[in-house]
Design a protein around this ligand. Structure first.
Ligand code: NAD
Length: 255
């Protein structure tokens, strides 16, 4: 079955590197037009240039925006529609984890930033995409949560609480926006990116051994799931959270 993404327009937040960049690249490989967004225009331009060179058939636009800044977000969504005529796919991928440690120690500023970037941005960008294009033309939204939103982990509890919110926001938006727009979610396990470096860098072998599939994830593992959920391949799925984690969450509770 085909994804049907050819000629559609997809906007990915946090697309300058890591999972977001891999998702943008995978969507371009389906001949979708891709709009890459993250904070720094320079990093985005580099990512866009790479994707353009690899996939000359796809339109590629790079437009910087802080996901928490409503005006910048609106300008980015408007630029996507102005350039390509519609916004058919939104991938809410940008994420941050400014606090490491027990939740009893988190400072108000770090807590607010975590909510702003991981949680409220999903609401804000969904509203903008809905109003600018999807209400009229339909579409698909893919939100990037985390397996940490489903289980507990040491050190990143507050981040995980915002990811649990993303799982629920995906269900709630799926219900509110049906049948025009499908909204699904991915809960990645540990993926080798800059964001998670502190978790995997010095323990790579031990963590790979813990994973039933024997390795830490790479951004492309998440990108293929995102393409599936964004495309017609998932045309009868909405409100769901797909766990992509090398099997980490199916390990027996008692070994
Ligand atoms: N790497 C993992 O192990 C892992 C696991 C589960 C979930 N995730 C989630 O996957 C998503 C992507 O993470 P990643 O691992 O690729 O991280 P990364 O740090 O490699 O990339 C994050 C991207 O988000 C952008 N970004 C951060 N704050 C932003 C802001 N305020 N406004 C706009 N852009 C912003 C960064 O510039 C970058 O492009 C995040 O939502 C993260 O929580 C990652």
């Amino acid at each position: 079955m085909r994804t049907g993404l050819q000629g559609k327009t997809a906007l990915v937040t946090g697309a300058s590197r890591g999972i977001g960049k891999a998702i943008a690249r995978a969507l371009a490989a389906e001949s979708a037009n891709v709009v890459l967004s993250s904070r720094r225009q320079e990093a985005l331009d580099e990512a866009a240039e790479e994707i353009r060179a690899e996939h000359p058939g796809a339109g590629v636009l790079a437009k910087a925006a802080h996901v928490g800044d409503r005006d910048q977000a609106a300008a980015c969504v408007d630029a996507a529609v102005a350039e390509f005529g519609s916004l058919d796919v939104l991938v809410n991928n940008a994420g941050t984890s400014p606090h490491f440690g027990p939740m009893t120690d988190i400072e108000p500023g770090a807590a607010a930033k975590t909510v702003e970037v991981n949680q409220f941005a999903v609401v804000q960008w969904t509203q903008l995409a809905w109003r600018a294009s999807m209400r009229e033309r339909g579409g698909a939204i893919v939100n990037i949560a985390s397996v940490g939103g489903l289980v507990t982990e040491h050190g990143i509890g507050y981040y995980n609480a915002t990811k649990a919110a993303v799982v629920h926001l995906s269900r709630q938006f799926a219900m509110e926006l049906a049948p025009r727009v499908r909204v699904n979610c991915i809960a990645p396990g540990l993926v080798k990116t800059a964001l998670a470096r502190a978790l995997w860098e010095e323990n790579e072998e031990r963590i790979a051994g813990y994973m039933p599939l024997g390795r830490i994830g790479v951004p492309e593992d998440i990108a293929s799931a995102a393409v599936f959920l964004a495309g017609d391949t998932a045309s009868w799925m909405t409100g769901q959270t797909m766990i992509v984690d090398g099997g980490a969450t199916i390990r027996p509770a008692i070994a």
